[in-house]
Design a protein around this ligand. Structure first.
Ligand code: ATP
Ligand code: MG
Ligand code: MG
Ligand code: MG
Length: 468
């Protein structure tokens, strides 16, 4: 059975043989791109090649790209622990053409790789196309996909965009049917979010550019951008529909089980999954220079870390756990990503420090939360003041409180939370103005106002996008 490391190599070698330059993953923090919080797909490092702003000495490339989807247009933070196919950190395998080949080559490349090299059963595969894309439909028919397994989709699912601006275009996607013992329906059906039909590969026909004012133009070049989740194709080739059943995740989940002394596959399994997932995003973000903080990227990192720590707490861990799992991750992924080994000590220290600090308030915060919920009327939301107290006094990011409440079928009154936050800011401002402190401290509040309140940046990632 091929490991994730084997599959990554097979992919890159295949496209290498087809004349693609094998390019290293870019760091998770986008260079010179204020529109994006973290790299969320393989195309990000090539953005300017699609628009023609930049050219290189190759027109075909292939990568295994580190991605984080924990904010902005593509945000999977709330899916982790709930679906079998989403991570906050994952690797996207991709092949790219910059004004070189287009649809007639891109579709057969993908088909050959998955049906011949990987040997996946054709009868379990389906393709979706953008509803007006007859050309893609015909090419799928030509490679041998029966018409009833080519589904036309009119929604944004088949029109791919990295974020609010940038190169984009219609796409075609490949799905695998894991069988009717798993709940879910084909793409376009009301049950598509189940785990039976899993999207494995997206092939984007890059031909447009979206601008901030809402306008979209056709690019001079026609290009290809594809993305296949390594963990998803890995699960499939290892005989499962579940990314967390892959060799890599099993090893991480077992490490979490050893560190906490809780059965890896019992009813606490979900906590191990979240810990394994968040360990990867946290470690890779630190390795790429992000440190936990109270705003911007650093606050997203802190939120992910604290979410993981709550799950470790639910497993009964008395002492910090996360830092103890880092050596296993380095063993698994350090050969491909040397930055991980180089930053190992920093990752461990950062996790230990953050977990030690948060432990001081986590237990008491969770107790307060339980008490509040116990007193809530049936179906009522947690009031904003309580959520704000958890944030302000106990260091609970709003999304952590929401994550904890979701398990109990509750939500937070977020308007109330915003109001409590605004009120505290107003009070702080009044206190500073009246205190006779140096004028520059008062000015600091004005800067906060014009730059956007940084406390809000971290959890409201829609707002954060474009501001970092
Ligand atoms: P989904 O509909 O399952 O959320 P997506 O349409 O958002 O996936 P794309 O933006 O098309 O995903 O990304 C290309 C590929 O990257 C997907 O086909 C999938 O294989 C993989 N992928 C996307 N999001 C994740 C994730 N959060 N974790 C793991 N793999 C992912
Ligand atoms: Mg998605
Ligand atoms: Mg999708
Ligand atoms: Mg997709």
């Amino acid at each position: 059975m091929p490991t994730l490391n084997d599959i990554r190599s097979t992919f890159l070698n295949y496209f290498d043989k087809q004349g693609h330059e094998v390019v290293a993953s870019s760091p998770l923090v986008p260079r010179n791109d204020p529109t994006l919080m973290f790299v969320n797909s393989g195309m990000v490092q090539f953005k300017n090649l699609f628009t023609g702003v930049e050219t290189r000495d190759y027109q075909r490339a292939t990568t295994a790209q580190k991605c984080v989807r924990a904010g902005g247009k593509h945000n999977d933070l709330d899916n982790v622990g709930y679906t079998a196919r989403h991570h906050t950190f994952f690797e996207m395998l991709g092949n790219f053409s910059f004004g070189d080949y287009f649809k007639p080559e891109a579709i057969p490349f993908a088909w050959e790789l998955i049906t011949k090299e990987f040997g996946i059963d054709k009868n379990r595969l389906l393709a979706t196309v953008y509803h007006t894309d007859e050309e893609a439909f015909e090419i799928w028919k030509k490679v041998g996909v029966p018409e009833d397994r080519i589904i036309r989709i009119a929604t944004s699912d088949n029109f791919w965009q990295m974020g609010p601006t940038g190169p984009c275009g219609p796409c075609t996607e490949i799905f695998y049917d894991h069988g009717d013992h798993i709940w879910g329906g084909p793409p376009g059906s009301p049950e598509e979010d189940g785990d039976r039909f899993i999207e494995i590969w997206n092939i984007v026909f890059m031909q447009n550019e979206q601008f901030e004012d809402g306008s979209m133009v056709k690019l001079d070049m026609q290009s290809i951008d594809t993305g296949m989740g390594l963990e998803r194709i890995g699960a499939l080739l290892q005989g499962s529909h579940d990314n967390y059943d892959t060799d890599l995740f099993k090893t991480l989940i077992e490490a979490s089980a050893n560190a906490t002394n809780v059965d890896p596959y019992g009813d606490q399994n979900v906590h191990h999954r979240v810990i394994a997932d968040h360990l990867r995003s946290t470690s890779f973000l630190i390795a790429d220079g992000v440190m936990p903080s109270n705003d911007g990227r650093g606050y997203v990192l802190r939120r992910i870390m604290r979410r993981a720590m709550r799950h470790a707490h639910l497993l009964g861990a008395k002492d910090p756990v996360m830092h103890r799992l880092v050596p296993t991750l380095v063993q698994l992924m350090g050969a491909q990503y040397s930055e991980l080994g180089q930053a190992q000590a920093l990752i461990e220290e950062t996790l230990l420090l953050e977990e030690t600090r948060f432990k001081q308030t986590l237990d008491r915060g969770l107790k307060l939360l339980d008490d509040e919920v116990a007193n809530l009327p049936e179906g009522a939301a947690l009031d904003g003041d309580a959520a704000f107290k958890l944030y302000d006094t106990y260091g609970f990011p709003l999304d952590l409180t929401q994550d904890a409440l979701r398990e109990k079928g509750r939500i937070v009154d977020t308007d109330g939370f915003d109001a409590a936050m605004a009120e505290q800011k107003a009070k702080a401002r009044a206190a500073w103005s009246g205190s006779g402190e140096a004028a520059d401290l008062v000015v600091w509040f004005d800067v906060l106002d014009t730059a956007g309140a940084t406390d809000f940046l971290g959890y409201d990632t829609e707002k954060a996008e474009g501001q970092v």
